[in-house]
Design a protein around this ligand. Structure first.
Ligand code: DGL
Length: 258
């Protein structure tokens, strides 16, 4: 394994590209390989055992491609499977979890909202973190249906607006001043969410923090690339059209059955 091997990034689908972008922007010299397991999305409704098995399959694919570190760009996979991945593989993993801490620490109303999948909100890891903030009221909301609409390319549909309004209005009524996006698909909904939320409510997602953490772990453990940058690779196991469009047609996407 050398410092010039690629960074592997995976998600249940296209949402993790929000994390991939943050990594690519911060570390442009790094070769990256992105895997979208869209065929099996959404992970959010699956059991922990299923999520662990799918995550291991994704990791095997990225390790075969020579990845030096793997970013689990999926809150659901991180909160349900990262412990198992770290135990089974001899490679560093970076995970992504709902950013409760910055929201709770900065909240003036002491009420924050978290929008995430059922799998994340039910996980032990999420609940342990949430328990650390006893002085903050955390309003948890499962984003039923949102991931599927994004995966189907229906980002800006009336159905999406209706779902978002129904999930966010109770949080607004409860006086949240921070909304944490606890799913890597949701940053693509920010323009629509902003239309629903009053201006004083801040939206937090974890993309930049994950990118910085990846940089720190690479520095400490495997080394940063000294290449002058190289083309990222994208793999998906269902129709590549939605991934291509979310990447604004800047990169080729390979369809592969994994
Ligand atoms: N993007 C994912 C997350 O961050 C998973 C969504 C899903 O597949 O349900 O949780």
């Amino acid at each position: 394994m050398t410092n010039n091997n690629p960074i592997g990034v995976f998600d249940s689908g296209i949402g993790g590209t929000s994390i991939w972008k943050a990594i690519h922007d911060l570390l442009p010299n790094e070769k990256t390989i992105y895997l979208a397991d869209s065929k099996n999305a959404p992970y959010g409704q699956k059991t922990k055992e299923e999520i662990v098995a799918l995550s291991k399959k994704n990791v095997d694919f990225l390790i075969e491609k020579g990845c030096k570190i793997i970013v689990v760009a999926c809150n659901t996979a991180t909160t349900n499977a990262i412990r198992e991945l770290r135990a089974d593989y001899d490679i560093p993993f970076i995970g992504i979890e709902p950013a409760i801490k910055p929201a709770a620490n900065n909240s003036k109303t002491q009420v924050i909202g978290i929008l995430a999948t059922k799998g994340t909100l039910n996980s032990e890891l999420f609940n342990k973190t949430a328990e650390m903030f006893q002085n903050t009221t955390i309003i948890e909301q499962v984003g039923h249906g949102l991931v599927q609409l994004i995966e189907d390319g229906n980002l800006n549909s009336p159905e999406m607006t209706k779902l978002l309004e129904s999930y966010l209005q109770p949080m607004i009524d409860a006086n949240i001043d921070y909304l944490v996006l606890g799913c890597s698909h949701y940053p693509y909904l920010i323009p629509q969410i902003k239309k629903i939320l009053p201006d004083h409510i801040q939206i937090i997602d974890s993309g930049e923090a994950v990118a910085r953490q990846t940089q720190n772990v690479l520095r400490e453990k495997v080394g940063l690339s000294d290449l002058a940058g190289s083309e990222p690779e994208f793999y998906v196991n269902s129709n590549p059209a939605v991934l291509e469009s979310i990447l604004e047609y800047k990169y080729p996407v390979v369809h592969k059955d994994f």
